[in-house]
Write a protein that binds this ligand. Structure first.
Ligand code: MF3
Ligand code: CO
Length: 256
């Protein structure tokens, strides 16, 4: 069942999202070689609490940390660890859910740690841009399949592949609401988009094959071929007037 949000509820979600934006701004400034992914978790929790909000992921279905930090071939749900220091050349995806007054904002960013590499920057840029292209098709009357088709087209035309086993989702008072939103698909298929829908669009893009497997910790998803993967996510609201990116910029603005 798709839960449509009122104008007031979207206002609440915009407020939660503005807090999450601040958290990302501060956290990403701190990313540097030598910090552990556990340090990032701790910094994020402090920033979230400073905003008077909660870390949504903590304890969600038994998830053991507050944020996800996925490195290199890890696609999503990398668990922060005291044993894993960031090293030069790491590809780091950070995924954060923030709950504020019962409403959730969900977003992810992927960055390079230390030295930059052109090929990896391209992977990040294509992933990010696919999210904005997807957002541009999200109007009332369009369908969930239009979103997936838009992501898939941009990703595959750049020689990368779209992860099939994990999807975007409705978001609101619950982290995962209907509809499920695959990052691949066919135009004109699936549920109709309507005013009041709030959807977390989250392209997960692999440099090699889209096939994945689960690590022994039962959370962390890695590419089977162990090639790099990137992840971008924003919480996006369809209102009468516009399609609003609550957790990020309204348009693709390159890699900042
Ligand atoms: N953004 C991810 C998602 O929507 C992160 C969930 S992590 C979990 O699925 F721990 F909360 F499951
Ligand atoms: Co999500």
């Amino acid at each position: 069942m798709i839960c449509l949000k009122s104008r007031r509820e979207i206002g609440m979600m915009r407020h939660a999202a503005s807090k999450l934006k601040l958290v990302f701004q501060e956290l990403l400034k701190k990313v540097q070689v030598g910090l552990t992914t556990y340090d990032l978790d701790e910094i994020a929790v402090k920033l979230i609490h400073k905003q008077g909000a909660e870390a949504t992921f903590k304890g969600y279905r038994g998830y053991p940390a507050s944020i996800c930090t996925s490195l290199n071939c890890e696609v999503v749900h990398g668990i922060p660890s005291k044993k894993r220091k960031l090293i030069d050349g790491d590809l780091l995806s950070v995924d954060i859910g923030l709950t504020d007054e019962g409403y959730i904002a969900d977003a992810a960013r992927t960055v390079m740690v230390g030295r930059k590499n052109e090929d990896i920057l391209k992977l990040i840029e294509v992933t990010k841009k696919s999210l904005f292209i997807a957002m541009s098709v999200m109007r009332p009357g369009k369908r969930v399949g239009d979103i997936g088709a838009a992501v898939q087209k941009h990703v595959e035309s750049n020689g990368f592949s779209v992860i099939r086993d994990f999807v975007g989702h409705g978001v609101g008072r619950a982290l995962h609401e209907d509809p499920q939103v695959p990052n691949y698909g066919k135009e004109g298929r699936g549920a109709k988009l309507e005013v009041g829908m709030v959807i977390a669009i989250e392209p997960m893009v692999a440099a090699g094959s889209w096939e994945v497997e689960m690590l022994e910790n039962k959370w962390t998803v890695v590419t089977r071929d162990r090639k790099m993967a990137a992840h971008y996510e924003d919480t996006i609201a369809i209102t009468e007037e516009e399609t609003e990116n609550l957790t990020g910029p309204q348009e693709f603005n390159g890699l900042d």
